[in-house]
Design a binder for this molecule. Structure first.
Ligand code: NAD
Ligand code: TYD
Length: 354
């Protein structure tokens, strides 16, 4: 079996669902259930004996050591993190605590377990650390895309905390020999994403006839990847990645934010027309994010060449599927919006008048 951390969040939940569907191998899922963790994401696994959910913190060494001893996983995949840039600007403390200190404690727990394994299990064991392209900083319009050798230059507290966790994972391999794999992925979208991130926020605000907040001039560029493609890349890296290596994962779909928002509005005009007018009428330019990175782009040559992975979904198609998912899953949306979401909207958007 494998142990996944953060498997009640957006990418972790998609990963667990797909993993069980594709491989059938049991999963222990350790998640603290912060505002971003949601058991409704895993509702379809309710009576599935292959999924063991444990509420807890990656930084709780006694708990993690107990889970490792009890379940003896052949791999640990670390998705758990504080993940939203704007929240890291309003309150960086939790990011340092989970992403840096939590990853350190998790690495220590896993190292102790791994060192105690008999030779065949020890050789086969893997620790896969899930990270982001944001550790590389911001690109100019004509710069080459981020490769695995691009210098780290994190700009937000979120990116700096993820960079710190990447360095720890690297050092635990280099110093102790822990069989670490690291993936640095571009922006994801798809089902179960908390509506603080651009794509679900725009879909749900548009549905409610609320303003669609676009930061700055809307020309910041992100490289978008459908979450199922990220999950398939992680499975490939886990199965065939070379120990100690980093793999950049991206969708080859660079878009300006305003293009993404406009495309979402067009999809919604088709799928859920608005009697009062076009959805694009709701677009509102608001005060920019401090230190807002201008452009991210991933060069995914290495993972394609070494592991044969490339994304299976086209941006326009998968974005349409994503819109349909949010329109069809009203109960999930209501559940998420009834929690911490409303307060965050006040914190982040009240001071950003158009
Ligand atoms: P998310 O915020 O949706 O989910 C994070 C999950 O981690 C939640 O379920 C939360 O409860 C859990 N968690 C937080 N702190 C914890 C702790 N101390 N112990 C145990 N569980 C804890 O995030 P996501 O978008 O699913 O991202 C998952 C991972 O992928 C993160 O490491 C993130 O940095 C990385 N990543 C995200 C993206 C993206 O576009 N969302 C892109 C590249 C990489
Ligand atoms: P986000 O989904 O928060 O991901 P990240 O900051 O990790 O890339 O934001 C994606 C882009 O959309 C980013 O350039 C910021 C921008 N953005 C807006 O313009 N308006 C918003 O309300 C949000 C949340 C993001």
């Amino acid at each position: 079996m494998i142990l996944v951390t953060g498997g009640a969040g957006f990418i972790g939940a998609n990963f667990v669902l797909e993993w069980l569907r594709v491989t059938g191998e049991p999963v222990v899922n350790l998640d603290k259930l912060t505002y971003a963790g949601n058991l409704a994401n895993l509702a379809s696994l309710k009576d599935d004996p292959r999924h063991v959910f444990v509420r807890g913190d990656i930084g709780d060494q006694a708990l993690v050591e107990r889970l490792l001893a009890e379940h003896r996983p052949r791999a640990v995949l670390n998705f758990a993190a504080e993940s939203h840039v704007d929240r890291s600007i309003h309150g960086p403390g939790d990011f340092i605590q989970t992403n840096v200190v939590g990853t350190f404690r998790l690495l220590e727990s896993v190292r102790g377990y791994w060192e105690s394994l008999p030779a065949p299990e020890k050789d086969a064991f893997r620790f896969l650390h899930v990270s982001t392209d944001e550790v590389y900083g911001s690109l100019g319009p004509d710069d080459p895309a981020f490769s695995e050798t691009t210098r780290y230059a994190p700009n937000s507290p979120y990116a700096a905390s993820k960079a710190g966790s990447d360095h720890l994972a690297r050092a635990w391999h280099h110093t102790y020999g822990l069989p670490v794999l690291t993936t640095n992925c571009s922006n994801n979208y798809g089902p179960f994403q908390f509506p603080e991130k651009l794509i679900p926020l725009v879909i749900l605000n548009a549905r409610a006839g609320k303003p669609l907040p676009v930061y700055g001039d809307g020309k910041n560029v992100r490289d978008w990847l459908y979450v199922a493609d990220h999950c398939s890349a992680i499975r490939e890296v886990l199965a065939k990645g070379r120990v100690g290596e980093v793999y950049n994962i991206g969708g080859n779909a660079e878009k300006q934010n305003i293009e993404v928002v406009t495309t979402l509005c067009e999809l919604l005009d088709e799928l859920a027309p608005r009697p009062a007018g076009r959805h694009a009428d709701l677009i509102t330019f608001v005060k920019d994010r401090p230190g807002h990175d201008r452009r991210y782009a991933i060069d995914a040559t290495k993972v394609r060449r070494e592991l044969g992975w490339s994304p299976a979904h086209r941006f326009e198609d998968a974005l349409g599927e994503t819109v349909k998912w949010y329109l069809a899953n009203d109960a999930w949306v209501k559940g998420v919006q009834s929690g911490a979401c409303g307060k965050w909207m006040d914190v982040n958007y009240a001071g950003r008048a158009a």
